[in-house]
Design a protein around this ligand. Structure first.
Ligand code: ATP
Length: 264
């Protein structure tokens, strides 16, 4: 893997990244530096390129142009695999068939296979890492329950435990609180922040849940039309004026929707 000698304190260094899916340009020249230990919230309208940005960081995306350096290694086609072990990814809640024949503990163990190799049997040490992760997310009491028999919030806790079992250095979360109720959204955001601090991670959190962002974020990145449209502190960026411009809404409408969201 191409190695870049000097990290300069950055876990992620993206320079002018362009990504295209056939006719659609998803990223139009995105540059972003993320310091080791930073917690970044990524916000923007549907189709802005947020997921695509996470995709190029975890080595799954294909650059048309530009350069992506993650944890000191420049990503090139085909070298993402070894880096992915160090990059944990928590996706949106998925619907899980209630008949799925795996329990919570076994699902969390899936996170170990990147490090173990697919065909190696987990050792006592691996189960200990899984149990510690389940304890951290508050799921020890449900460790033997079938994965399909959990609430949405509990399933997301297991998804976070699976990611932690991987022992990542980078923590990428793509709308992990979508479809959860207000209380569960806030609980998950607080949990992610606690894990971030405890494990000394670098975290990128994509969300449409603006109210939860100031709980955790050092910096907010606003995306629109495949570009970074603004970045700064949550206080400076999550104003009604800025959000109105980002979402093409009059300020009065942003205020109204914020009030409605607070009641959910
Ligand atoms: P959302 O908030 O809706 O999840 P997003 O900001 O995460 O959106 P992306 O999923 O990164 O946006 O998509 C950016 C653009 O790339 C969109 O125009 C989308 O239609 C397109 N796109 C994303 N994935 C694919 C794909 N696999 N094939 C073709 N086009 C894609």
């Amino acid at each position: 893997m191409a190695s870049v000698n000097n990290l300069n304190g950055y876990s992620i260094d993206i320079d002018n990244a362009v990504v295209s899916y056939r006719e659609d340009i998803a990223l139009r020249g995105v540059s972003l530096k993320v310091k080791h230990g930073e917690f970044i919230g990524i916000v923007g309208p549907n189709g802005a390129g947020k997921t695509t940005l996470l995709t190029i960081i975890n080595g799954m995306g294909k650059l048309l142009h530009g350069r992506v350096v993650v944890l000191g290694h420049q990503l090139t086609p085909g070298n993402g695999h070894s880096l992915r072990k160090k990059v944990g990814y928590v996706p949106q809640a998925q619907s899980i068939d209630p008949r799925m024949p795996m329990n919570v503990r076994e699902v969390a163990m899936i996170g170990r296979y990147g490090r173990l190799g697919l065909f190696r049997k987990p050792a006592a040490h691996d189960w200990k890492i899984v149990d510690t992760a389940l304890e951290l997310v508050g799921m020890t009491h449900l460790a033997r329950r079938p994965i399909g028999h959990l609430s949405g919030g509990e399933q997301q806790r297991v998804a976070i435990a699976r990611c932690l079992a991987q022992e990542p250095e980078l923590f990428l979360l793509d709308e992990p609180t979508a479809s959860l109720d207000w209380r569960a959204k806030t609980d998950i955001m607080e949990l992610v922040k606690r894990i971030h601090d405890l494990r000394g991670l670098t975290t990128l959190f994509v969300t449409h849940d603006l109210s939860a962002l100031p709980i955790a974020c050092d910096r907010v990145v606003l995306m629109k039309d495949g570009l970074i449209w603004g970045e700064g502190s949550p206080g400076a960026l999550l104003t009604d004026e800025k959000l109105g411009q980002l979402y093409d809404l009059p300020v009065a409408e942003v205020e109204k929707r914020r009030r409605e969201a607070a009641l959910v």
